[in-house]
Ligand binder design. Structure first.
Ligand code: HEC
Ligand code: HEC
Ligand code: HEC
Ligand code: HEC
Ligand code: HEC
Ligand code: HEC
Ligand code: HEC
Ligand code: HEC
Length: 444
């Protein structure tokens, strides 16, 4: 390969080229890093050797070289280096990506200590799993340990969490999506690069994608996806299927690549009750423009009409009542134990919104029918009617009971008291469906 012989030449040149004194010293050092690490860590060396950084003569010291005053710098074989290579370091050459990552929700993902999730992990499980669980995805606050040979505390490094809080003040870890030392676009364009974090019971985007027609089409046509192309415009450089990157980050005929994954989202589907993003219409328009490389507007609008209705169904029928009832129970101080999560019903409420309700919403947003229903609203409904409400009734409080009676008299909850045959007939006649008419956007 032409590129590879260029790299071999570079290494030779680095060792012998007559540069001005300072530059000369750096080039010599750069050559030494490569020569020695080729022996001591051949796998790592080979990853770098295959990378586009090697082709462009970006070597170990360009990324790991440090100033003596850096809090994580240490002396290593005649050079000052640091192990951490943060967005600030990459940003010396990739300023646009640094700024976009810095402005995104991803960069804030490390600030979770005050969340309910963190409370739950600390009290019910324990500290080590907050490090190896939560922080491995969200990012640790990387702490300095003066006695550690590489200055980093083993309690907070290794870590490549998406919102890592770095000692230099920058937020994130570029290698969350661009594994070292290949640092490649082609890798990041594939769904696996998001799948360490975006999966599982509370945000199964990987599973939803895999079961969708998009995921099916991708898996059966990867070789046509042109992943190694410099230019990767949907509909022009590839067309078989969209990946996570296509919809959330990559270029279209009208939009450039963005490293802010929030720019095309109209909702936040994470909280108990869904929220619209600021400027949501504009963000939705940006996403629809991605779809338009492969679909026409009637189809795309149809998807959003069904998506909106399902989100509204979850919010209106289950999330809002469940949240209101939980608030009433807390206000009336009916829970037996004082600590949050020390009572069964709190877990039930939590799982309804944090697991099942998110699964339903994530399923419908990305066309995964199994997550929308069987792993989603089916479980929401079962646990709402047969766990949550019964646990609330066990509290034997007249105000709570009256609240539940009122709820169960509403049209969408009244089914329990009807005869099955009557309900079946009402389904055939469209009367049961009509209860949910208002959830769909009304066409003039
Ligand atoms: C003479 C051989 C040699 C040279 C030259 C050398 N290294 Fe190393 N380096 C090592 C060895 C051996 C280790 C592993 C140390 C250990 O495991 O404790 C290491 C470890 C490292 C680490 C990880 C430190 C840690 O604690 O995780 C980094 C980063 C690193 N080297 C970068 C560099 C850079 C950049 C250069 C060039 C400026 C360089 N090395 C030059 C041999 C070398
Ligand atoms: C494009 C920037 C870049 C270049 C070039 C680069 N590294 Fe790294 N390296 C990183 C990043 C990023 C990490 C992960 C550190 C972090 O999490 O911040 C890392 C981590 C390491 C580690 C510690 C992790 C481990 O797996 O033990 C070693 C050792 C290391 N690099 C050595 C090298 C050597 C040797 C070279 C040259 C062959 C090199 N690096 C070239 C960016 C770079
Ligand atoms: C497998 C990786 C992973 C683990 C482990 C994990 N999270 Fe998350 N977390 C995520 C992802 C991905 C999201 C975003 C989901 C989405 O947008 O659909 C998220 C969302 C959140 C949110 C919501 C943030 C918001 O803006 O609404 C909080 C809070 C949170 N996680 C805290 C935690 C805590 C605390 C732990 C440990 C108890 C934890 N997470 C464990 C990946 C993880
Ligand atoms: C959420 C995952 C993710 C993170 C985090 C991420 N990247 Fe990327 N990056 C991608 C994807 C996906 C592409 C490919 C976009 C395309 O061409 O379709 C990419 C492309 C790039 C490119 C090529 C740019 C181009 O327009 O061709 C550079 C350079 C880059 N990233 C640098 C960085 C730097 C620096 C950071 C940290 C500040 C970073 N990335 C963090 C996913 C990520
Ligand atoms: C000294 C400058 C320099 C530093 C520091 C640097 N890069 Fe690069 N990077 C380049 C150059 C030059 C290229 C090749 C030209 C291009 O694609 O922009 C490149 C290309 C890339 C690409 C595209 C590779 C592909 O698939 O073709 C990614 C991704 C990337 N860099 C990520 C990073 C990350 C992440 C860091 C920090 C860990 C980093 N870079 C640090 C100079 C640098
Ligand atoms: C066909 C395009 C498409 C693909 C492919 C796709 N998404 Fe999405 N994604 C969407 C849409 C549409 C939404 C909802 C947008 C909105 O809020 O309006 C969404 C929402 C999200 C959200 C926000 C969830 C929340 O809690 O608000 C995350 C996180 C996400 N996607 C991650 C991923 C990941 C990871 C993959 C790949 C495994 C992926 N997406 C694949 C289109 C896509
Ligand atoms: C190392 C873990 C990790 C990786 C890898 C990762 N994410 Fe995320 N992502 C998160 C976490 C954690 C959050 C939630 C942040 C929060 O709310 O605080 C998140 C949030 C998001 C959101 C919601 C953003 C918003 O503004 O609300 C989208 C969309 C998203 N990620 C897409 C992606 C895509 C696409 C990829 C792959 C190209 C990816 N992520 C890779 C951890 C990750
Ligand atoms: C790169 C092309 C491409 C892009 C971009 C794309 N899709 Fe698709 N989409 C497909 C293909 C191919 C199918 C499978 C068609 C079939 O069922 O015959 C599909 C199917 C669908 C389906 C039908 C699902 C089913 O189970 O029948 C929906 C809905 C959909 N896409 C919506 C969207 C939305 C919304 C976007 C943008 C957020 C989008 N698509 C972006 C290629 C794409």
């Amino acid at each position: 390969m032409q590129n590879r012989s260029a790299v071999a030449l570079l290494i030779a040149v680095l060792s012998f080229w007559p540069f001005p004194a300072e530059a000369q010293k750096n080039k010599e050092l750069a050559g030494k890093c490569l020569t020695c690490h080729k022996q001591v860590s051949p796998g790592l060396y080979q990853q770098w050797y295959e990378s586009s950084h090697a082709v462009h003569q970006v070597t170990c010291i360009d990324c790991h070289g440090a100033d003596k005053r850096d809090i994580d710098a240490f002396s290593h074989n005649g050079a000052q280096i640091a192990v951490l290579v943060t967005p600030k370091d990459c940003g010396v050459c990739h300023a646009k990506e640094r700024d976009q990552v810095g402005g995104s929700h991803h960069a804030r993902a490390g600030q979770i200590l005050e969340s309910e999730d963190a409370y739950l992990a600390h009290v019910t499980a324990g500290h080590p799993v907050a490090i190896t669980g939560c922080e491995a995805c969200h990012g640790a606050n990387v702490r300095i340990d003066k006695n550690s040979p590489n200055k980093l505390s083993p309690l907070s490094w290794p870590n490549s969490g998406i919102g890592r809080i770095n000692p230099d003040g920058s937020l994130g870890a570029c290698n969350a999506c661009h594994p070292r030392h290949l640092f490649s676009r082609a890798q990041a364009r594939q769904p696996q690069s998001c799948s360490k974090c975006h999966l599982g019971p509370d945000h199964p985007q990987k599973e939803v994608y895999e079961e969708s027609k998009h995921g099916n089409s991708y898996a059966t046509a990867i070789e046509t996806m042109n992943l190694h192309s410099d230019r990767w415009v949907v509909g022009q450089d590839y067309y078989a299927a969209p990946t996570c990157a296509t919809c959330h980050m990559s270029a279209t005929a009208e939009q450039p690549v963005t490293h802010d994954v929030g720019t095309r989202l109209s909702y936040s589907l994470r909280p108990a009750i869904s929220k619209r993003q600021d400027n949501w219409q504009q963000k939705r328009q940006a996403m629809k423009q991605v779809c338009s490389a492969c679909h026409r507007s009637g189809f795309i609008d149809g998807h959003y009409a069904q998506f909106d209705a399902t989100v509204a169904l979850y919010d209106e029928k289950f999330a809002k009542p469940a949240t209101e009832l939980m608030t009433l129970i807390r206000k009336r101080q009916l829970l037996e134990k004082p600590a949050s999560f020390a009572n069964d019903i709190e877990w039930t409420y939590w799982e309804i919104w944090h697991h099942e309700g998110r699964r339903a919403r994530h399923g419908v947003s990305m066309m995964g029918p199994d997550y929308t229903w069987w792993h989603g609203l089916y479980e929401v409904a079962q646990h709402f009617y047969f766990k949550f409400l019964p646990q609330a009734m066990e509290l034997q409080d007249p105000e709570v009971d009256a609240w539940i009676d009122r709820l169960l008299a509403e049209p969408e909850h009244r089914w329990m008291e009807e005869q099955t045959e009557v309900l079946r007939k009402q389904i055939r006649d469209g009367k049961v469906q009509a209860i949910y008419r208002d959830l769909f956007p009304q066409k003039p």
